[in-house]
Ligand binder design. Sequence first.
Ligand code: AP5
Ligand code: MG
Length: 192
Amino acid sequence: MFNIILFGPPGSGKGTQSEKLIEKYGLVHLSTGNLLRSEIDAQTPLGLEAKSLMDKGQLVPDEVVIGMISSALDANANAKGFLFDGFPRTEAQSEALDSLLKLKKSEIGVVLALEVGEEELVKRLLNRGLTSGRSDDTNESVIRARIVEYKRKTTVVADYYARFNKVKTIKGEGSVEEIFSALCSEINKRLS
Ligand code: AP5
Ligand code: MG
């Protein structure tokens, strides 16, 4: 099993690149943002609780997302590997993920960290907000709150995996194809 974390701030291109990577490498895509939005669409109690936090640009509680990831890992027992997108987002989530993978005699192969300047992030998300229907994209103050939350709580995830020498930084500005090819070249190095 080869597992990848695609890491980076809101709007850095995690979702865009994930779609291409899962197709090329046959991985199962696990995006906690997508899983939470499905819960919101289905109007489950979990979705309703998450929505109020997501609309403010704040993280939902660790135990909620860890529970979702744990179920998703069990539901895909025969996966060739997983691509984690938007998870883990705190040190507690990172530790929980490592324990869950260990139970499956597996681990994270690499953390690919997309780097994009803050003004470019805001521009991309405001632009996406024109059509995405995502309530957290529609106004600049929520977009900026998501970036603040990322800096305060999520950058530590890269520090956590750097301790195990697993982080590779990738420039996340340029064309989607250029960035995809840089990501693939890092993955291929580790697969061969
Ligand atoms: P989540 O859904 O994970 O959103 P996010 O991290 O804020 O990031 P985005 O999905 O907005 O951006 P992305 O990096 O995927 O970029 P994309 O490819 O879409 O989380 C949403 C919320 O859910 C959180 O705020 C939190 O409340 C909650 N949540 C989720 N996971 C959680 C967790 N683990 N713990 C706690 N809470 C959690 O691209 C963005 C735009 O840019 C698109 O329009 C795209 O077309 C464009 N674009 C992409 N690449 C390029 C390029 N190279 N050049 C120009 N434009 C580009
Ligand atoms: Mg995304």
